[in-house]
Design a protein. Sequence first.
Length: 303
Amino acid sequence: MTRPPAAALDARLAAYRDRIETVLDVVLTLPDPGTPRLRAAMRYSSLSGGKRLRPILVYLTGSALGAPLEQLDAPAAAVELIHVYSLVHDDLPAMDNDDLRRGRPTCHRAFDEATAILTGDALQALAFQVLAGERDPAAGDAAARLDMIRLLASGIGTLGMAGGQAIDLESVGRRLDLPTLEAMHRRKTGALIETSVLLGAVAAGARSGPLYDALHQFGTAIGLAFQIQDDILDVAGTTEQLGKSAGADAARAKPTYPSIVGLDEARRLARAQHDLAVAALAPLGDRAADLVDLAHFVTGRGN
């Protein structure tokens, strides 16, 4: 397979980032936000840039299966709103107590703690409203929307993001074994990345079967690869690269791949998950080209 230059992928990712920014701007134009302060906090947190990896995965996966972008906007927006809600809550003093997110003050610093809590709550509710397809003729059929709602709910619940965060909080100051650390990462970060891939598949009409299974395997592997690479960057990266404080995990005595197996082994494990992700895409053939390139991007960050 002949690969396009890296600049071609960069341009496509930039186009998807621009698209999701526009979609989010529309979604966050709320007729009755409760108070102007809540609306401002929701927009501040959601329209602040970032990698937009999760909506990009929705777009790349759905496009690989032939779905028009308009059909992918709702799940792409929903998964990003969920991701932003999780960041707002993760940054709170009761969680990670972070001051910086995407290169700017965190929501509770820019506004206040109570507003940040409500912002996360409102973003989560809005995500499901968007995914339900209210007044959206491009949202797809009702059965597909219901499947996507189930996927997203599972990905952020006790078996996914929230459960992983609970394990993370309980693990501060403890030395976990590698299987427990992997289970935490697969839930806390990996589950929503895997869900992003599956949302793209379902939105494109692949609700089961060999292609769905292949993309499920890809999402599982790339989700873990992403978090291992994040652990590596917390040690080897800079605050400018991360958009948040470098070394924060070590400062809080959080268990990470480098702290348990060392930096070199962490890099090997990230590459191994990358290889599993790429191999899983074989049934898609050339249609998976952009997803393969994205896998390279995920594990190449900071290198």
